[in-house]
Design a protein around this ligand. Structure first.
Ligand code: 5AD
Ligand code: SF4
Length: 433
């Protein structure tokens, strides 16, 4: 989501005559798009700011701006705490950046952290920074109304709002015309997408259907789904369209119903497992990934074991795994003690990671000997003679380059794997449409 927001920022500034560069020494303005989800993310940004100091010394007119969730969370305080910072802009204030840059260059305080109920940057075509020219993010909604007790996002990104579907489809049409073959529809909670206009309404299954129909050669992914909102209808739309990728990211956070209640996730372990059963029933070839938090407030060894057993039961294909990090202002910070000692959090997290490695490997081994469809994304980092791409299940496959090109589809036989990658052989070209 931050990558996509940075692409929106580049688009806004390009219209004003700015030119994007990745070479710090060349820059007149450095903008850092930040995350506030865990304390570690913020500490990394503070470290990064120190790296800019020598450049400011060399070029005193150089401006440094903090964008995104950390800007939203700390507001003016950032200007006081970090002498390197000249400008602060929250996630809904990017249209104001040209003015903020002018203000800062006159030596004035430049802060805009106003959140909006409407802003979706709907008509702004993001300038793609990912550069592979094959896969792109398309934002469909912003903000979050869920109020999970540990999470700072509702405070930094504001309330949920959906983007006009016409602008979404226009953006996708433009991407496809430029050779892109995969889009990932993005939102904090995509399943609550809803657009209402002139007495009609479009919900997430409806939008997904329209995007799927755009072209059989366009793959579509989406992220993130909240388990309480993942309906059978979404799964049925996926089943009806092979270009809707067989991969669902369904953050569980914990396997213990008691923890889930404290987290204000609004589902139980049983409800979550029922959603997994629905995925297995309607989309038998679908990969499932998740997010897990170790050591949330009051978590016992038994709660932790329930997370491990949930992982075993679901057999996740992959997972993002985190230690709980208390965020100021959240319900958990205000009402619950962060009482799991850090060494216990660390040990539980490492048990979760070790188990996930076993599950990832086990899942990948199941594909050995089968043929998979790959959308080619680039040349392998390890060897010029190999390409890599992803399967519909979002697994990375490395295979012989031959005369294949980036952006083409190939059918590849899986001959081996690690926990992270599939090895492929004997690629055959697939032409779609
Ligand atoms: N501490 C640790 N992990 C968190 N996440 C969100 N807030 C916190 C926090 N305070 C994780 C959740 C979420 C993912 C994006 O980040 O697992 O799904
Ligand atoms: Fe945070 Fe929960 Fe919203 Fe995800 S659904 S962004 S974890 S509040």
């Amino acid at each position: 989501m931050n990558v996509n927001d940075s692409e929106v920022v580049v688009s806004i500034l390009t219209r004003e005559g700015y030119v994007h560069t990745e070479r710090i020494a060349e820059a007149d303005v450095i903008l850092v798009n930040t995350c506030a989800i865990r304390d570690g993310a913020e500490q990394r940004i503070r470290g990064r700011l120190n790296e800019f100091k020598p450049y400011k010394k060399k070029k005193p007119s150089l401006l440094v701006g903090i964008l995104g969730c950390m800007a939203e969370r700390l507001k003016e305080r950032l200007l006081e705490e970090e002498r390197t910072v000249d400008l602060v802009a929250g996630p809904d204030a990017y249209r104001d950046l040209p003015k903020l840059i002018r203000t800062a260059s006159e030596g004035q305080k430049a802060v805009n952290v106003q959140l909006s109920r409407e802003e979706t940057y709907a008509e702004i075509a993001p300038v793609r920074l990912d550069k592979n020219g094959v896969t792109a993010f398309v934002s469909i909604m912003r903000g979050c109304n869920n109020m999970c007790s540990y999470c700072v996002v509702p405070y930094t990104r504001g309330a949920e709002r959906s983007r006009n579907p016409e602008t979404i489809l226009r953006e996708i049409r433009g991407l496809f015309a430029n050779g892109y073959r995969e889009v990932t529809l993005l939102g904090q909670n995509v399943n609550s997408y809803r657009w209402e206009a002139e007495g009609t309404a479009l919900d997430f299954p409806g939008l997904l259907e329209q995007v799927a129909r755009f072209d059989p050669a366009l793959r579509v992914r989406f992220s993130t789904s909240h388990p309480k909102d993942l309906s059978d209808e979404v799964l049925r739309v996926m089943a009806a369209h092979p270009n809707l990728c067989r991969a669902i990211h369904l953050p569980a956070q914990s396997g213990s119903t008691r923890m889930l209640e404290l987290m204000n996730r609004k589902y139980s372990r049983e409800w979550y497992l029922d959603r997994i059963a629905a995925i297995r029933r309607i989309l038998p070839d679908c990969a499932v990934s998740t997010d897990l938090i170790a050591g949330f407030c009051t978590e016992t060894e038994d709660d932790h074991r329930q997370t491990l057993s949930l992982m075993e039961e679901v057999e996740y294909d992959s997972a993002f795994m985190f230690k709980y990090s208390e965020r100021p202002g959240t319900k958990a910070a205000r009402h619950f003690a962060d009482d799991v000692p850090d060494d216990v959090k660390t040990r539980r997290l490492s048990e979760i990671i070790a188990l996930q490695n076993v599950l990832s490997l086990r899942n990948n081994e199941k594909t050995v000997g089968k043929t998979v469809e790959v959308l080619i994304e680039g040349v392998s980092k390890k060897s010029e003679a190999e390409l890599f791409g992803r399967t519909s299940q979002n697994k990375v496959v490395v295979f012989p380059r031959q005369d294949f090109k980036i952006g083409e589809y190939a059918e590849v036989t899986v001959t081996g794997c690690s926990a992270a990658t599939l090895l492929g052989a004997d690629p055959k070209r697939i032409v779609k449409g």
